[in-house]
Design a protein around this ligand. Structure first.
Ligand code: NAD
Ligand code: WQD
Length: 336
């Protein structure tokens, strides 16, 4: 199967391309490189022996998309391309709606023109807003607390309407919880530009000496140790979820939504300790005030993905920390 992977040089996309190639499927990447480096391609080649086809371009470029879909005889699309910094989305909402919502509409229109009707979309647990009833099932109420989350919710709604309008579409929205970790080779991993927004890359940069200490955003939540609790999922398990979703959806009509999480929550302090164990260092931290917009706790009910997709997260917290450390220690400044 030939699969167009938008955003395929990014963090989750690159790991998914590795798994696609290992399964014998052919990824064709389109990425604008706005948040990734071209050297990712060499790394994918080092791991798999295959360099994926790559087109540098933007998903908002309708003509380019149609050309790529036709020339490569694409059968399905995995749509990772998008911007994901929550704080930036609050200060630059138009940039996020244009990239994430408009970009998705242009992509689906191009797919329609080329009669490619199978799509897997990167959604997020952020669509559960500030829900407090855990674990989160797919039918829990949705809402958004920032423009980034709103953009994911809007695309989910557009997809639902599209599938209602024409039953030949087969679209799966995967709601990721908190992706962390890296490929066990240490050749690919998460490489945020600037100060990391997320916990795990921040911890990794403290461990490697790029940052002085972690600020723990609040220790007065209603959680066992007072710090925020999240459902961290290894990026390799997450990547595997896309293959299962494709295998399930291809040729099967309709709109499908699945959580991809482990079903377990861990606190910030648990993560700090687990990472310290993996890197063999005591990581410095200080308690800071809560980060605006954060919820106390969020974790998935992953049962639907298990029963329908036959997918289950396999990797442990130790795997997540060891693999992140392997990647970060081998690439202290990220990709060349
Ligand atoms: P990433 O930034 O590493 O990857 C996204 C890729 O898309 C980058 O390579 C970037 O250059 C590219 N891109 C962005 N806009 C583009 C455009 N208009 N045209 C072409 N390429 C474009 O992010 P990631 O962590 O791999 O996330 C992938 C997807 O998963 C995103 O849609 C994100 O919103 C979603 N998601 C991520 C997380 C997370 O915590 N990492 C959680 C839930 C959902
Ligand atoms: C995890 C925990 C923080 C950094 C975000 C997006 C979400 C999704 C995944 C894309 C929280 C605490 C963090 C730090 C800390 N992305 N923390 N110090 O907020 O659950 O989710 O990424 O869809 O939309 O909002 O992840 O890794 O930022 O935070 O104490 O320096 O770590 O308060 O409890 P979050 P995160």
């Amino acid at each position: 199967m030939k699969i167009l992977v938008t955003g395929g040089t990014g963090y989750i996309g690159s790991h998914t391309c590795v798994q696609l190639i290992e399964k014998g499927w052919q990824p064709v990447i389109i990425d604008s490189l706005v948040n990734s480096k071209i050297s990712v391609l060499e790394r994918i080649e080092k791991i798999t022996g295959t360099r994926p086809a790559f087109v540098e371009g933007d998903v908002r470029d309708a003509d380019l998309l149609q050309k790529v879909l036709r020339e490569h005889a694409i059968e399905a699309v995995i749509h990772f391309a998008g911007l994901k910094a929550v704080g930036e989305s609050i200060s630059m909402p138009l940039k996020y709606y244009d990239n994430n919502v408009h970009g998705s509409v242009v992509l689906m229109e191009a797919m329609k023109q080329c009669n490619v009707k199978t799509l897997v979309f990167s959604s997020s647990a952020t669509v559960y807003g500030d829900a407090t009833k855990m674990p989160l099932k797919e039918d829990a109420p949705t809402s958004a607390t920032n423009p980034y989350g709103q953009s994911k919710l809007m695309v989910e709604k557009i997809i639902a309407d599209l599938c209602t309008s024409n039953p030949s579409w087969s679209i799966t929205a995967l709601r990721y919880f908190n992706p962390v970790g890296a490929h066990e080779s240490g050749l690919i991993g998460e490489d945020p530009q600037g100060i990391p927004n997320n916990l795990m890359p921040f911890l990794a940069q403290v461990a490697v000496g790029r940052r002085e200490e972690l600020q723990v955003f609040g220790n007065d939540y209603q959680t066992p140790d007072g710090t925020g609790v999240r459902d961290y999922i290894h990026v390799i398990d997450l990547a595997q979820g896309h293959l299962c979703a494709l295998a399930h959806a291809h040729g099967k009509a309709g709109y499908h939504v699945f959580n991809l999480g482990t079903g377990k929550g861990n606190s910030v302090l648990e993560m700090l300790n687990a990472f310290g164990k993996a890197c063999g260092k005591k990581l410095k931290y200080k308690i800071a005030s809560r980060r605006p917009g954060d919820v106390a706790a969020s974790w998935a009910d992953p049962q639907k993905a298990q029963s329908v997709l036959n997918w289950k997260a396999e990797k442990s917290m130790d795997d997540m920390c060891q693999d992140t450390w392997h990647w970060q220690s081998q690439n202290p400044n990220g990709y060349p």
